[in-house]
Design a protein around this ligand. Structure first.
Ligand SMILES: C[S@@+](CC[C@H](N)C(=O)[O-])C[C@H]1O[C@@H](n2cnc3c(N)ncnc32)[C@H](O)[C@@H]1O
Length: 546
């Protein structure tokens, strides 16, 4: 079917009105009919929607009938449902063969089967570096270029900011002395990669093991590019040889068996799940060099996210109908970028060393012993963004969590920038900011605005705990900052129900109280369509007062 025709038909039946559960049930009913000419049974549909009760299935099917996709005859009837003419028109679009496959095979068995039909080998990574080999670091001054582009992390630093802050406060390390640079909320390692490129020593910390993993991989460059290329090509060749088989059987991988089925189905289409599972197993089974394995796992999680249904704005939403790059294409592209960058890096030298920890910045001194010259960091904003949600797929795929209990343990380590991070046994720093009128005033106003709401809406508590956490972080950073050191915090204002939370201003107030000299500079102003309050993003520059 032509793309525009398909789009017109999809518009007719308004697929976008479906919830994710309804979409899955519909896709199953259609696939079963289109491929096997059979009707879906109640037990099959319960498995697909992830609920074992008749009640939920009935609600789902009734909704599909109301929206004109099926005729629902009742759960005791045979068949229980039939598709309407409108749905029949978009049958090819909704059909997914893998939804009907219940059996999962281990990677080893899949490998044996594909060995029988091995295709010719290809060199997928035949890229030539596009960046000239020049004798200066100037060409690295682009956030979307070298190494930075290995990951796409939500809320990472604005492109130009990090380089300009380094230029202003540190420049290149001279032969005389490299600075020790710390980022206690390192995320995807933007500060650390820049520090390393400029020859400085870097120390990074992040509460989320996925972020620590990304930062660590992005600052490990001592890998022969040709070895990486050979391994990446081998995996891509295996994926290509397996493609026919992956249309018919499902690959088992521990990560996916542990993840909530519904959530997994929201993230990835069954066909993408299959490719991701295959590559994940292949990398773990076949690649012996730990450094290369980690690089390929980074490429894997980045490509899985690129090919997923997820969208992060606003919050975490899933759109099964949006066009996404194929996983295989995304993985190949990511590997090519990594190879190209490794080639460039292999011709340069003078990079600094980097150390990364998974840990809590509120307990900084438990991780680092040395004093640092410079801190450039961006803590979470109080914007209700819950970072483990954005990295849920990565957490399971990289083996950092095995259950939601493990996820909760990570959430408890995080600065309270989201109402979803409020746990009884993890919070309590609010007491440090009781004395600040600015915080107290916002707390009271929010309490009034959100009165009657509780879990998930506790913005007043969140804001107090947030600044309490910031208080503790600033107290910790003061212990590790050298006498003449400088700390630069990148922060942004926030608003709820027209109530402004001026994060930079309150952070400065707390910092001055703790014995810092402070200065604030606005680098960007955000505007929202929901209100007319300009939201400043600022750098808060701190020095220890003398
Ligand atoms: C705004 S992001 C930093 C992005 C980073 N500047 C970059 O360029 O990718 C904030 C980070 O702080 C981390 N974080 C939250 N609470 C933390 C804590 N208590 N200790 C360390 N890291 C934490 C989050 O996991 C997230 O990666």
């Amino acid at each position: 079917m032509q793309w525009h025709e398909e789009r017109r038909m999809r518009k007719n039946v308004r697929l976008n009105e479906l919830t994710y559960r309804q979409y899955l049930a519909l896709a199953y009913i259609v696939s079963k009919w289109n491929i096997e000419r059979k009707h879906a049974t109640a037990s099959e549909l319960k498995r697909i929607i992830g609920f074992s009760t008749d009640r939920m299935l009935k609600i789902t099917l009734e909704a599909l009938e109301r929206k004109g996709f099926i005729r629902f005859h009742g759960l005791n009837h045979n068949p229980i449902a039939e598709i309407t003419d409108n749905t029949a028109r978009i049958m090819p679009f909704l059909t997914d063969k893998l939804l009907l496959v219940e059996e999962y095979l281990p990677y080893k068995e899949i490998k044996e089967r594909i060995a029988l039909r091995e295709k010719g080998k290809r060199d997928y990574l035949s890229v030539k570096p596009q960046v000239p080999f020049v004798d200066s670091l100037a060409f690295l001054n682009n956030k979307r270029r070298i190494v930075h582009r290995w990951s796409d992390f939500l809320e990472d630093f604005p492109p130009s900011l990090v380089w300009s802050v380094f230029e202003r406060f540190l420049k290149c390390a001279t032969a005389a002395r490299a600075a020790v640079v710390l980022d206690p909320f390192c995320g995807s390692g933007t500060t650390l990669v820049t520090a390393k490129l400029l020859g400085h020593e870097g120390i990074g910390l992040d509460a989320n093991p996925v972020a620590a993993f990304i930062s660590e991989v992005k600052t490990s460059w001592d890998i022969p590019p040709k070895d990486f290329r050979a391994e990446a090509n081998a995996i891509l060749n295996a994926l290509s040889s397996a493609s026919e088989l992956l249309d018919a059987v499902r690959v088992s991988t521990e990560a996916f068996s542990l993840m909530d089925k519904m959530e997994l189905n929201q993230w990835l289409k069954p066909s993408v799940q299959n490719e991701v599972a295959f590559v994940s197993e292949a990398v773990k089974e076949e690649v012996e060099d730990e450094r290369i394995r980690r690089l390929l796992l980074l490429a894997l999680v980045e490509s899985a996210r690129a090919a997923s249904n997820v969208s992060f704005c606003p919050g975490t939403s899933f759109y099964p109908f949006r066009k996404r790059p194929s996983f295989a294409e995304a993985f190949k592209r990511k590997c090519s970028q990594i190879y190209e960058d490794l080639l460039i890096l292999s011709r340069l030298n003078g990079f600094g060393n980097t150390k990364i920890f998974t840990g809590d910045a509120r307990k900084l001194t438990e991780y680092i012993e040395e004093e640092v010259d410079f801190i450039l960091t961006s803590p979470p904003y109080p914007n209700d963004l819950e970072y483990t949600r954005q990295t849920r797929l990565d957490l399971y795929l990289l083996g950092f969590v095995k259950s939601m209990k493990d996820v909760a343990a990570i959430k408890k380590r995080m600065v309270c920038g989201s109402t979803k991070l409020i746990y009884k046994d993890a919070r309590g720093n609010a007491k440090f900011v009781e004395k600040y009128e600015s915080v107290q005033h916002i707390f009271e106003r929010l309490k009034e605005a959100f009165s009657g709401k509780n879990w998930g809406w506790d913005y007043p508590r969140m804001v107090k705990e947030y600044f309490g956490d910031i208080f503790v972080v600033l107290r910790e950073t003061k212990k590790v900052l050298k006498e003449h050191g400088i700390a630069v915090f990148v922060v942004g204002d926030q608003t709820y129900k027209q109530i402004l939370i001026p994060v930079g201003a309150i952070m400065s107030e707390i910092a001055e109280d703790l014995g810092y000299e402070t200065k604030r500079e606005t680098f960007r102003v955000r505007r929202s369509t929901l209100h007319n309050i300009p939201l400043k993003e600022e750098i808060v520059i701190l020095k220890i007062a003398r």
